[in-house]
Each structure stands twice: as C-alpha cells, then as structure tokens.
Design a protein. Structure first.
Length: 456
C-alpha cells in the first residue's frame, strides 16, 4: 500500500484508457500481496520483495490467476460462500443462510488425532475413521443413532464441528468494513429461524446474541451479553417492486482524471522516430556483394544469423570460425541460405577497414544500453548497440543491417529507418561516456558496403 501511494499508481492509471479495468487489476495484485503476507505469517517466515516475486511467479501458471480482473460496477454485489470469503473485505456484507444447520455426526469421515502429538513424527497415531450408515435415508427412531451419539468418537466429532462453525461465524462477522446485515426468515410458528447462530452460547448454555429480528421496522438494538449496539430493522419481501426504482445519478468511487495521451514507457530505438535530418556522407565499398539463397520469409532469420556471427567472431583460426559460422546458421535454420565463408568474408572486410581507419580502437560488441530519458514524459530507452569503437577522444557507432536490395531503396532506408536508431544510441552513449560521437556507420554485409551517415 505504501508503494502504491508513494508512486501514485492509482492516480496514474486513472488517466489511461479503461481505468476501471486497470484499477481492478491493481486491486487483484494488491490482494495477492496481502495473501502472501498472510502465508508468511502462518509459516512464521519474513515477507520480502523477492519472496513476493516468487509467490507471483508460482501462481503464474494458473490460468485463472492469469485472467484479467473483473471490474465491478458501483452498485454491483459479490456473492460468495462463507468459506470463500476468508481473507477478503467489503464495505457492506449481508450474511444469509442463518437458518442452515447440518452438524457433522459420528457417521461422517473424520480424522482421529493422536493422544499425544510428537513433533518428530507428526502423523504418528492419526487415522481416518469412517462408520458407514446402513439405513439409507432413514435417520430417526433408530437405537443405533442414540448409542452412536453417546460414543466418545461422536462427542469428539461434534466438538470439532462446533469449533469449525464458530470459526466460520467469526469469518462472516469480520468481513464487513462499515456495515453488517443479518438476514433471517420469520416463521408464523417458529419465529426467527437462526439455527446457524445456536452455537453462540455462554458457559451457562444461554444464547449470547440477541438480535431483534422480530421487532418492528425501525431503530432497535442488538445485544451480546450486557453490551448493546444500535441497529436498523427492515422487513423484506420476495415480491417484485411495485414501482420503478428512482433514477440514480452516476457515481464513481474515484475522481476521473482527464484522458492523457502518453507514449509507451519503454522506448525501442529501432522503432522510435527521432527529430533529426540525417544524410548520407559516403558509401564505402568493403568487398563484393554476398550471395544469399533465401526467400523473403527467411530474411529475418538470415539477418539474425549474420548479427550473431559478427557479434561472436574474434578472428581466430579459420577452421574454428567456419565451424562457428556453420553452427550459427544451423541454429537459426538457414544453413544453405548463406555459406559460412560468406560470413567470414563479411567480418574480415569490416575489420580490415575499421582497423585501417581507427587503429587501436577498443571494440564493444552487442553492448547493452539502458537509460532514463528526460521528459516530459520521462521514458526508458532499452536496446543493444551492435558495435561501437571506443577512442580516447570519442566513439564510433556501427550498426549491422542485412538489407541486400537495390541502391535507391538502400538510400531511403539509411535515412528514414536506420539513422534514427543510431541517433538514439549516439545520444545515450555520449551522455554515458562523456565523449562525443566521431562517426556513425551502417554496415551492409550482404551488399559489401559501409555507409557513413550524419546524425544532425
């Protein structure tokens, strides 16, 4: 609760689309956190953030737990059994079925406890007792019933059942936050039918709870022993209302905030436009175009394989490099689409030119980038730089693209699609390294080219 209040999460999601659904999901998450705290209290262990994360992960496989929470309307009612209401809370709770009483007897399945509990052998002496009922639906006028009720087993079963019913009454009476409503049927001969409250008796066997079910509608008092509480008595009938209910003004339990259009929290550099006017400075020919035998449906996998090899290649023995290239191509399912020697040649061409142009530079491959960008609104940039060269007075950016197409389409993509991604990385790296960007290149290994772009 403190984290939600401090971060203002509820106020934030109210400004997003479908605020009722989002608030319901937030409340469901809070309920799971409360359930985790209760579990830790029962197990006498400390509740921690890592423990809560593990608890949420453990229930993640449950299909019901993964569903969207059901947002409730302002006047919606939630119907639960007494057992299922454990651990929950509502502003108003109506307890019905106070006339229900079906006590457990000696002829139901029961667990007999050991005379003495042994912590080293907790199940020792415990056993399951079941006396089968031989008379079908006949329940009265039988000598067997009277003798069974007088047996020690039956008395233990009745005592255990009484304790369970008292616990269940406690659960029901403690669910409301503001108002508790007790509902009982009134018979012309029997009066208030409240068999479910019969176990609330004192040491003298007299009822502890005196509820004014049969009083005239209006103000009355409910008594427990010598303590009295004011209450309101109402008489309800099961007939439909005679007139239409008065129209109710629309009410919300939260203050609706104005709708705000917000970008995604996480910024993807490869898909996010950037306000700049890039231009192509030069296109350097590194080598001959590379042959590719793959249809458009495999172009993404071919590009992933090329990226993987360029990231992993350390220019060792050629046999080891060829074996690694084969493994990568097979792993992406494009063996045969590109020859292993093609990957080696593309990597050698790039290294030859960069070493000649920027001798002594430190190569940083597949460098993870994560930075908080100032707003408004503040956003989180997350990505990976294919390659950057660290120099004493700056850095050089290189991004690999597996585009093999024509020159006109190449130029369009360089300016409109590829350069903005380099622009984001250049901004973040310049802030992190405290050094300026010296140059930015887009490597086209299948075309055998390296395009220099100005990011301004």
């Amino acid at each position: 609760d403190l984290a939600l209040r401090t971060a203002g999460v509820a106020e934030l999601v109210r400004a997003w689309p479908e605020p009722a659904q989002r608030l319901a999901n937030l409340e469901a998450l809070r309920a799971e956190a409360a359930a985790y705290e209760q579990l830790c209290q029962a197990q006498r262990i400390a509740a921690t953030m890592l423990g809560l994360e593990a608890h949420l992960a453990a229930i993640g496989d449950d299909q019901e737990a993964g569903k969207q929470a059901v947002p409730s309307a302002e006047d919606a009612a939630t119907v639960f059994t007494w057992h299922r209401s454990k651990g929950l809370e509502w502003p108003i709770v109506v307890l019905s079925h106070l006339d229900f009483l079906n006590p457990s007897g000696a002829f139901q399945v029961a667990v007999e406890a050991a005379p003495k509990f042994d912590f080293t052998r907790p199940l020792d002496g415990r056993w399951v007792r079941w006396w089968p009922w031989p008379y079908g639906k006949v329940r009265s006028g039988l000598v067997l019933v009277d003798k069974a009720r007088q047996s020690p087993e039956a008395q233990r079963a009745e005592a255990a059942d009484l304790r369970e019913r008292l616990r269940l009454l406690y659960v029901g009476f403690t669910r409301p936050r503001d108002l508790l409503v007790l509902v009982a049927g009134i018979g012309s001969r029997t009066g208030a039918v409240t068999a479910g409250l019969q176990q609330l008796v004192g040491p003298d066997g007299k009822p502890l709870l005196d509820a004014p079910f049969e009083a005239e509608p209006g103000l009355a008092a409910l008594s427990i022993g010598k303590t009295r509480w004011p209450c309101q008595v109402r008489e309800l009938v099961g007939l439909p209302p005679t007139g239409a209910a008065p129209a109710r003004p629309e009410a919300r339990w939260y203050s609706a905030a104005p709708r705000a259009d917000r970008p995604r929290e996480r910024l993807n550099p490869s898909a996010e436009p950037l306000a700049l006017s890039p231009r192509i400075l030069e296109v350097v020919k590194l080598g001959a175009p590379k042959a590719v035998d793959a249809g458009p449906e495999l172009s993404g996998l071919v590009g992933d394989a090329i990226h993987g090899f360029l990231a992993a290649d350390r220019f060792g023995p050629r046999e080891a490099r060829a074996a690694m290239a084969s493994r990568i191509l097979q792993g992406f399912g494009v063996a045969g689409a590109v020859a292993p020697d093609t990957l080696i040649a593309a990597s050698d061409d790039l290294k030859r030119w960069l070493d000649a142009t920027y001798p002594g530079a430190t190569w940083r491959r597949e460098w993870p980038v994560r930075a908080r960008l100032a707003g408004p609104p503040s956003r989180l940039l997350v990505g990976e730089v294919d390659l950057y060269l660290e120099l004493p007075d700056g850095f050089v950016l290189v991004d690999h693209k597996s585009f093999p197409g024509a020159e006109r389409e190449r130029d369009r993509r360089l300016v409109e699609e590829y350069a903005p991604q380099l622009g984001w990385y250049a901004k973040v790296l310049a802030d992190a390294l405290g050094r300026p960007l010296k140059a930015a290149f887009i490597h086209l290994p299948l075309r055998g080219e390296l395009a220099g772009v100005a990011l301004r």
